[in-house]
Design a protein around this ligand. Structure first.
Ligand SMILES: C[S@@+](CC[C@H](N)C(=O)[O-])C[C@H]1O[C@@H](n2cnc3c(N)ncnc32)[C@H](O)[C@@H]1O
Length: 372
């Protein structure tokens, strides 16, 4: 009888099915040195996969993706074009036992119930948000159920920075407590993408290690941005840009009037005419609406970024074609994780993933047995 996260949630609203234990996933291959510069091999699954920002980075480091889930058909379209497979749909409908054992569970779980934009929109509609938002907020508990049943050695989660302050920190406390109750060591940090790409984009990264495998807290630390000259917005701009990306008279007049009204009220909302010698504001999934948060100055009216420029702003490689409409591409890049940061964090994960010296002899024996 298949077990889906939805069924498990119904049985136990906290989503934690304490009694059920499936076999542990395969450990990282203990015979391969996991240091920077080598090619470690490991397996992973890609949940809430979007367009595969995690997958790009993990595959680059030698990881093999065993399973993916993403229900949006346009994101699936991009994912199929880039990775040659269509992710499974609604994560709540998936038979958890059918998910292969894996070393790293990667998930940028939906941030809408937790993000400032999502919260204010839901407030204005009189809707619940966070964990009270049954449609989306509980997806974290779907994730918790999968973790409980599959017990991946390592979890790599990502979300908006506002997750930490939402509901006066209560949402964050529940998330941390859930992961700790699941018996994981938890590390988290808000990282600004600005050191890797020319964009101010703060996201919280959560890395967890299964205490059953890692008896002592691993000496994991988050990466620091690469040294050298930080990338600037002007570095990622296209030279020839179609005129359709230039704002119409009507929209430009509207945005200026809107900004003026807000200035008079004393708040700072409005369009963002970018300084090309600096980094941009955060690219959001709503950029397709008017592009007002990042406008590129040019002779005459400013223009919005092209989808290819958005891909670059997020650190996606040039060889990945954009196969959807501009609207969908803006949404997909605005929702995505920054692959170069995932890569940098994963290198740090792999550096400590096999710290046998820190483990008990019983643990080392079981690790040895399982890699033979
Ligand atoms: C924050 S985005 C993750 C983006 C991804 N990390 C990337 O790099 O593209 C969250 C994704 O979860 C997907 N999603 C939301 N609810 C889902 C569900 N019930 N089942 C599967 N996917 C879902 C959304 O369509 C969205 O693409």
């Amino acid at each position: 009888m298949p077990i889906t996260a939805k069924q498990s949630i119904r049985q136990n609203p906290a989503g934690l099915n304490r009694g059920l234990q499936l076999p542990l996933g395969p450990p990282l291959n203990g015979r391969i040195k996991t240091t920077v510069g080598t090619r470690p091999r490991f397996t992973f699954i890609d949940l809430f996969a979007g367009i595969g920002g995690f997958r790009l980075a993990l595959e680059k480091l030698g990881g093999k993706c065993l399973f993916s889930s993403e229900w949006d058909r346009f994101s699936q379209q991009t994912y199929r074009a880039w990775f040659g497979e269509t992710p499974e749909g609604d994560i709540r409908e998936i038979d958890i036992a059918s998910i292969p054992d894996h070393s790293i569970l990667a998930a940028g779980f939906p941030c809408q119930p937790f993000s400032i934009a999502g919260v204010s929109k839901k407030n204005s509609l009189g809707l619940a948000h966070g964990f009270k938002d049954l449609a989306q907020g509980t997806l974290f508990f779907q994730l918790a159920t999968i973790i409980e049943l599959k017990r991946p050695p390592i979890l790599f989660l990502e979300n908006v920075k506002n997750l930490k302050s939402h509901d006066e920190g209560r949402t964050w406390d529940v998330i941390l407590k859930t992961l700790e109750d699941l018996d994981y060591w938890v590390f988290d940090k808000v990282i600004d993408a600005a050191g890797w790409v020319p964009q101010h984009r703060e996201r919280v990264y959560i890395i967890c290690f299964d205490k059953k495998r890692y008896v002592n807290r691993p000496p994991f630390h988050f990466p620091t941005p690469p040294v050298g000259i930080a990338p600037k917005l002007q570095d990622i701009l296209e030279t020839e840009v179609d005129s359709r990306y230039t704002l119409t008279d009507h929209l430009w007049t509207y945005l200026q009037a809107y900004a003026q009204r807000h200035r008079e009220k004393g708040n700072g909302f409005g369009f963002g005419l970018a300084d090309l010698k600096k980094v941009s504001r955060t690219l959001s999934a709503r950029y397709y609406k008017d592009g007002s948060e990042i406008l590129i100055p040019q002779k005459g009216q400013p223009r919005r970024l092209t989808p290819r420029e958005c891909a670059r702003l997020m650190g996606f490689p040039e060889d990945k074609p954009i196969v959807v409409s501009d609207t969908q591409a803006y949404r997909q890049f605005g929702n995505a994780v920054v692959p170069p940061i995932v890569e940098a964090v994963t290198i740090e994960i792999l550096n400590v993933a096999n710290f046998k010296t820190q483990t008990t002899s019983r643990h080392v024996t079981s690790l040895r047995a399982s890699v033979q």
